[in-house]
Design a protein around this ligand. Structure first.
Ligand SMILES: CC(=O)N[C@H]1[C@@H](OP(=O)(O)OP(=O)(O)OC[C@H]2O[C@@H](n3ccc(=O)[nH]c3=O)[C@H](O)[C@@H]2O)O[C@H](CO)[C@H](O)[C@@H]1O
Ligand SMILES: [Mn+2]
Length: 324
């Protein structure tokens, strides 16, 4: 009996053991197959996603990428540049009542702008006492540069070039790798990371994306920002541009000199430094073009091509906020 029992016991034990091994290998195979299937589906979706951006131009005729959501791998790109330990400077002007936009700008930058990178924000303001307190993550810092108040907004906007040039020459060179010059009346809503890095970077103006005929370039030949009819690639915005320090220094210096030479002859370009920037970018093609995802406007309904709004201008009352 005991023999039988043990035999039976052994027999039934070995059977259930076989069954267990069989079930285990079955579930292992199922698991492996499921994992393989998931990977295949994710890969296919990614390929489809890349191919799906046939609705927009993703490369310029001079072979610079045009950056849209769905055309890059965020983690891969961040990894490439994190390995190089790059540092990024940001300039932002908050003169007069525009200081009120600074808190949201800085707080949202902490959430979305080059998260995990070395970032140094340079704030230019005539109201340093009103600087908001914003906690910054490790590796990120802020420096204030006092500037005089101004009577005309056009002057504030245009004088940025001079101050950017000086900041690069006196403070940032050498040591900082990239710089972005941004409007303060805006907030970050989505990731802005290493996909935006390049030697000379321009952002397509959110309101003037597709209709070349309607681009508001400076049309008076007397101005150094002049663009003849029929010329031009994109209309770029003055509210966001960047690149490496040498390229941006040259851009700022040229725009500033042309703006000042125009002023001596009593002419101010239609959109101040933005007009000069557009002329410069026509002659010196940007190495990377950022889509209007990188500077949208809150008042504008989102267009089909815009899958992500990364940075967007807030709605403001110009009459109330500007000095003139
Ligand atoms: C989306 C976009 O590209 N916007 C451009 C457009 O701007 P906006 O209509 O958005 O111009 P704006 O009023 O934001 O002025 C440009 C920037 O100058 C600074 N500022 C201006 C006035 C003032 O009293 N205090 C002050 O600090 C501030 O950083 C502001 O963000 O036309 C301007 C005119 O040239 C500039 O080209 C802007 O970059
Ligand atoms: Mn603005």
């Amino acid at each position: 009996l005991s023999q039988n029992t043990s035999k039976n016991y052994f027999c039934s034990g070995s059977r259930s053991c076989c069954l267990l091994v069989f079930r285990f290998s079955l579930s292992l195979n199922t698991l492996l197959f499921a994992r393989w299937l998931t990977a295949a589906v994710v890969f296919a979706l990614r390929v489809l996603c890349f191919l799906s951006r046939t609705d927009v131009a993703t490369v310029t005729p001079w072979l610079a990428p045009v950056v849209w959501e769905g055309t890059f791998e965020p983690e891969l790109l961040d990894g490439v540049y994190r390995q190089k330990n790059v540092s990024i400077a940001v300039t932002v002007f908050a003169v007069g009542k525009y200081i009120r936009f600074l808190k949201d700008f800085l707080e949202t930058a902490e959430q979305h702008f080059f998260v995990g990178f070395k970032v140094h924000v340079y704030v230019f303001t005539d109201r340093p006492a009103e600087l908001p307190k914003v906690e910054m993550a490790a590796g990120r810092q802020l420096t204030v540069h006092p500037v005089p108040a101004a009577k005309r907004w056009q002057e504030i906007s245009a004088r940025r070039m001079e101050m950017i040039q000086r900041l690069i020459e006196e403070t940032l060179l050498p040591g900082t790798d990239f710089i972005f010059c941004l409007d303060v009346d805006s907030k970050f809503h989505g990731r802005w990371g290493a996909e935006s890095l390049g030697s000379l970077v321009a952002v397509v103006h959110p309101e003037l994306t597709f209709d070349r005929g309607g681009f508001p370039y400076e049309r008076r030949p007397a101005s150094r920002a002049y663009m003849a009819p029929g010329l031009g690639d994109f209309y770029y915005c003055g509210g966001a541009f960047g690149g490496d320090l040498h390229e941006v220094r040259l851009l700022a210096k040229t725009c500033r000199e042309n703006f000042e030479a125009d002023a001596k002859e009593g002419i101010e370009a239609a959109w101040q430094e933005e007009s000069h920037l557009n002329r410069y970018m026509w002659l010196n093609k940007p190495s990377k073009v950022l889509s209007p995802e990188f500077l949208w406007q809150d008042f504008k309904p989102r267009e089909r091509e815009i899958h992500v709004v990364r940075f967007s201008g807030v709605v403001k009352n110009y009459a109330e906020i500007r000095p003139n």
